[in-house]
Design a protein around this ligand. Structure first.
Ligand code: SF4
Ligand code: SF4
Length: 336
């Protein structure tokens, strides 16, 4: 069983049966300061002042503007406020009709509020906890069971606006709940992100380790294959050199140089041919370096200097190669 007021029942009927959204509502305008009290269908968002004007409110006699009934209503500070879906009644009483409540006095713990409460709550206790902002105790004393009927405030001999305290406390508690939910949500997102980052890092590390293992195994297999294919007596250095093409080239150059130095590069005729070819190669390089130096326009001194050094070094190399060739030729003629 759902118990609803007439306005809500009409709104539900219009929405469900007629497909019409809630764009207006029936608002009761009443009070001794109203010339034409009655029920007005008003579009939501209409300024209350405009509606009061149509109802013929006497602003001289109007003491205050209350939204809701005399028990559960609350004062509206500004008539420019809009009509909303909860604006069921606008009460414009005179001073005689609804006198301004006297200042609140201290609670005398008379218990009248508890006797009047239809929800069998302890309004005076709720009042104490609301004043001290003890929200846990308020919830423990079932603050949210309060229907805000206003009976406790009405009977209170100390004129304490009890309902206002309950409303403010409810709003604070709801705001705190929302904040807490937001913080929990943010924490969950942060933890999920951390877990994701850790998982990705672990995956990356595993892939890297796998690649490293594969590369090591490949290098080892190559070295073993080279060792087994090499000529008899191939040592570790040669195997490593075979595994690495750059190292192999270096090893070959070293062997050639050693052979030349030892005069074991083959027959004298071969050696002469090799040295002669070496001289030709260096001479060509020298010619190219000179050409470059001549062609350079001298834009940067450091570049010109580098080219010049290159030419000088190549000249030195050529002189050494020519001397070596000369010596080899002399040696060959002596042997002959
Ligand atoms: S009716 Fe007012 S004075 Fe009496 S116990 Fe309740 S809050 Fe206190
Ligand atoms: S306003 Fe709340 S606490 Fe006061 S009488 Fe009504 S239900 Fe009880």
């Amino acid at each position: 069983v759902v118990c609803q007021n007439v306005g809500t029942a009409v709104a539900v009927h219009e929405a469900v049966a007629l497909g019409r959204p809630l764009v207006s509502r029936v608002t009761t305008v009443t009070g001794e300061a109203v010339a034409h009290p009655g029920n007005y269908e008003v579009l939501l968002g209409t300024p209350m002042g405009w509606l009061l004007e149509r109802a013929g409110v006497d602003s001289e006699r109007a003491r205050r503007l209350v939204m809701g009934g005399p028990m559960m209503g609350f004062s509206i500070p500004e008539p420019a406020c809009p009509v909303v879906k909860t604006t069921n009644c606008l009460l414009v009483p005179t001073e005689a009709e609804l006198p301004t409540p006297p200042p609140a006095q201290a609670c005398i713990r008379c218990g009248l509020c508890a006797e009047a409460c239809p929800a069998t709550l302890l309004p005076q206790q709720l009042y104490w906890f609301a004043q001290g902002k003890e929200y846990d105790k308020l919830e423990g004393h079932n603050l949210f069971d309060c229907i805000e009927c206003g009976a406790c405030s009405y009977v209170c001999p100390s004129h304490i606006p009890l309902v206002q305290y309950y409303r403010a406390s409810k709003a604070d508690i709801l705001a705190r709940r929302r904040e807490s939910e937001k913080a929990d949500h943010a924490r969950e997102r942060f933890e999920a992100r951390q877990a994701r980052m850790e998982r990705l890092a672990a995956e990356r590390e595993a892939k890297r380790a796998e690649r490293k293992r594969a590369a090591e195994a490949k290098a080892k297999a190559k070295a073993e294959a080279a060792a087994s294919e090499g000529a008899g007596g191939t040592d570790d250095a040669q195997a490593a050199a075979t595994a690495d093409p750059i190292q192999a080239a270096i090893e070959r150059a070293k062997a050639r140089k050693a052979a030349l130095a030892a005069g074991t590069a083959g027959e004298p005729a071969d050696r002469l041919a090799t040295l002669s070819a070496n001289v030709d190669t260096i001479a060509k390089r020298l010619a190219a370096a000179r050409e470059k130096l001549d062609a350079y326009d001298g834009g940067e001194a450091s570049v010109a200097e580098a080219l010049k050094r290159g030419v000088e070094k190549t000249e030195e190399k050529l002189a050494r190669a020519e001397a070596e060739l000369r010596e080899a030729r002399e040696g060959a003629s002596e042997e002959a």
